[in-house]
Design a protein around this ligand. Structure first.
Ligand SMILES: C[S@@+](CC[C@H](N)C(=O)[O-])C[C@H]1O[C@@H](n2cnc3c(N)ncnc32)[C@H](O)[C@@H]1O
Length: 281
């Protein structure tokens, strides 16, 4: 049996398997053997804080905690929230140059003026704020539209940061200056904050993509779920993509991460270009 030791803590194969099964069953995230050191590194402060001696005790503690708080902390620590403004920039080009004009013309032809976008796995907000800046610019001369942007994530810490909208100087570098000056203001020497105007019609909610059902009454026109499915196995990815299809209008656009694929022969989606799909009509 192999045991991994980091600092004062060690994790046996059995303990690792228990914990990784729990994380897979509840959140879809696959933790391979290689992630043992990462698991200890990310969770050891939690064991110390709770005065727990082993990962077995930690596992038991999570199961016994009926408030669900320990699970929230677990997923907060395990999920990787890395993100940045204008990440995978060609997507945003396509979004403003193609996707918005195509979707709005479909809606116009039906006399509809409500556009619904879902950013699933939004992490700390850089992705949805990028989208919202582009949306505000796109619709700046057309007030008749109601544009709603829902952003969801499993991590409460990431969501809190997104809602607060404060970002370090070094993290706003990718934002073009005119957009930065229009939609952000200096918070202090080290940080910038999103202006309230940009937050209008943005909704942040905690949502586990693995939960049985999603609480949406209306379908989305565009879904972004980028760099989230890399943590899932192919079965979970296929399930999730089929669910996205159910919550999307025909001809809607699905953006996924550039290192992800859902295959070119998907029943529900047409492949447009790398990491970009369109729901079949
Ligand atoms: C690497 S970040 C990607 C952020 C952003 N979409 C981007 O591309 O920059 C992955 C996000 O997926 C979230 N996530 C992982 N598993 C999830 C699940 N089961 N339900 C909802 N969100 C999940 C994580 O909390 C994390 O914030």
């Amino acid at each position: 049996m192999e045991e991994q030791v980091v600092g004062a803590f060690r994790i046996s194969d059995r303990e690792f398997n228990q914990l990784s099964k729990l994380i897979y069953d509840l959140f879809g995230i696959v933790l391979t053997e290689k992630k043992k050191t990462l698991v200890i590194g990310r969770l050891q402060s939690e064991l110390k804080k709770k005065g727990l001696k082993s990962f077995h005790d930690y596992y038991e503690h999570i199961l016994e905690d009926k408030t669900g708080q320990s699970l929230l902390t677990l997923i907060d620590k395990i999920s990787t929230n890395h993100t940045f403004f204008f990440r995978e920039a060609d997507h945003f080009e396509f979004f403003k140059e193609e996707a918005l004009s195509q979707i709005t013309s479909i809606l116009r032809s039906r006399n509809e003026k409500e556009l619904r976008i879902w950013c699933a796995g939004c992490s700390s907000g850089e992705e949805p704020y990028t989208l919202k800046m582009l949306l505000n610019e796109y619709f700046s001369n057309d007030n008749g539209w109601s544009v709603k942007l829902l952003s969801t994530d499993i991590s409460s810490t990431a969501l809190e940061k997104a809602i607060t909208g404060i970002y370090k100087n070094e993290n706003i570098q990718n934002i073009p200056k005119p957009l930065l000056n229009k939609y952000f203001k200096k918070y202090d020497d080290q940080n910038w904050i999103v202006k309230e105007e940009l937050k209008k019609n943005m909704f942040f909610k905690r949502l586990n993509l693995m939960q049985n059902d999603y609480p949406f009454n209306k379908k989305f026109h565009i879904i972004f779920c980028r760099n989230v499915m890399i943590y899932f196995d192919s079965e979970t990815r296929t399930d999730l993509v089929n669910r996205f299809a159910r919550f999307m209008i025909p001809d809607g656009f699905l953006f996924i991460g550039h290192s992800e694929t859902i295959g070119r022969n998907n029943n529900n989606f047409l492949y447009l270009k790398p990491a970009l799909y369109r729901k079949k009509a």
